[in-house]
Design a protein around this ligand. Structure first.
Ligand SMILES: [Fe+2]
Ligand SMILES: [Fe+2]
Length: 405
């Protein structure tokens, strides 16, 4: 199953400037968060290294059609299956609409989990915003290639069918050992990499070019995520949301994204307190102290979110409080990801971490969705999820008026 993303941004520069900058592909990593490296192999072939939903992926892309000041369309030749086009249209002499349309095939459970959370769409949107600040923040483009490629082709937006060559696994969920092992997702990824590497040994990779990760037709299913993977994905989602909230000028959108963020972070915190912190207490050398510290940070996060709930995005304090939340959350994420999560993986058997992952996912579905800085989250959870409480309602409240838990 492929996923389509369409995102637009208005940039306050003439179409020529916006287009020229976009042709400087090798400079993308300077302003696009997800893109780590772009190498122009020749005029129409690019090698990309990016992080998609927290997983490092590589692909070669061919420019199928390029029309100066109008369009660049591409499709992957090898590696991560994706295709799309970016369109430029002048709004007036000094403003341009840039629209990115892309289709991709998430691969493996980690990416599918990210996909379900809409991570790629948000990443694309945030990257377009970064393109905007980059080009608007300087006196002109850093370069430009004015050549055309198949200008009369008029192929519209290529779909993943155009990226057929990249389907080393016939579109099934395969896994590239190297790509995944290099990813940010940790032990499950490493374990998956090991399984895939084993399955790969002896199966020659015929479709891949030098240094390109192509998912081999291994038919190997990814092992289940462990709790550290699940929580790390949550952290990434929260961080992306915060970037978007701070980047948007649309106040309605800021409110909506903030509500999603609050809901997700409360659920995350509840799940951690119920299942992860007890494991930390039990297994970590300084578990008790680490948990106490983390819970205090949770309270600070929740206090800030409570404040944010009541603030109108028009209020000048809104951005201030979002920025504060961004910093406390970043600290907390850094603590967990650099210290406690690795310690958990070092001291808790993997089966147990996978089991906790399942409990965390369930707890997140059932958890209250409003910040309660004054009470321990686990207690609230038990109170809230008494008999007769509509569980489905709890999920639904993310989209409508939220229920007080
Ligand atoms: Fe936490
Ligand atoms: Fe966390």
């Amino acid at each position: 199953m492929s996923t389509k993303v369409q995102k637009s941004v208005e940039v306050d520069v003439p179409v020529r400037t916006a287009y020229n900058q976009w042709t400087q592909f090798e400079e993308f990593p300077q302003f696009m968060n997800g893109v780590q490296e772009v190498t122009q192999l020749d005029e129409t072939t690019l090698h990309w290294v990016a992080e998609i939903a927290g997983v490092r992926r590589e692909w070669d892309a061919a420019i199928l059609e390029q029309v100066p000041d109008t369009k660049v369309a591409w499709a992957a030749l090898a590696g991560a299956t994706n295709a799309g086009a970016v369109y430029f249209s002048p709004l007036d002499d000094g403003r341009t609409q840039v629209t990115l349309e892309l289709e991709y095939e998430p691969e493996g459970m980690v990416e599918k989990a990210g996909d379900a959370l809409g991570v790629v769409g948000r990443q694309a949107e945030a990257d377009l915003e970064r393109f905007k600040s980059f080009i608007e923040g300087r006196s002109g483009e850093t370069g430009g290639w004015r050549g055309g490629v198949n200008e009369d082709l008029d192929i519209g937006t290529p779909s993943v069918d155009a990226a057929d060559l990249s389907r080393g696994d016939d579109g099934k969920s395969g896994i590239s050992g190297k790509a995944v092992a290099a990813g940010a997702v940790g032990a499950a990824a490493l374990a998956a990499g090991a399984v895939a590497a084993k399955a790969m040994s002896g199966s020659a990779d015929t479709s891949a070019g030098e240094g390109v990760d192509v998912a081999p037709a291994t038919g190997v299913d990814l092992p289940p995520l462990d709790v550290v993977d699940v929580l790390t994905l949550d952290h990434q989602e929260a961080t992306e949301l915060l970037t978007q909230i701070l980047g948007t000028t649309d106040l309605g959108e800021a409110r909506e994204l903030t509500d999603v963020l609050i809901t997700e972070v409360v659920r995350h915190a509840v799940a951690e307190e119920m299942y992860v912190y007890p494991a930390m207490r039990k297994h970590l050398p300084d578990g008790e102290a680490a948990v106490e510290h983390d819970i205090a940070e949770h309270k600070e996060i929740e206090k800030t979110m409570k404040e944010l709930e009541a603030l109108n995005p028009e209020d000048p304090r809104f951005t201030e409080v979002v920025t504060h939340l961004d910093s406390v959350l970043a600290d907390h994420v850094a603590d967990e990801e650099s210290e406690q999560f690795p310690q958990l993986r070092a001291s808790v058997p993997r089966e147990e971490l996978v089991e906790i992952a399942g409990k965390v996912e369930t707890a997140k579905k059932l958890a209250p969705t409003r910040p309660h800085p004054s009470a321990p989250n686990s207690e609230l959870f038990h109170k809230a999820v008494g008999p007769g409480v509509g569980l489905v309602d709890r999920l639904r409240d993310r989209l409508s008026g939220r229920t007080v838990a």
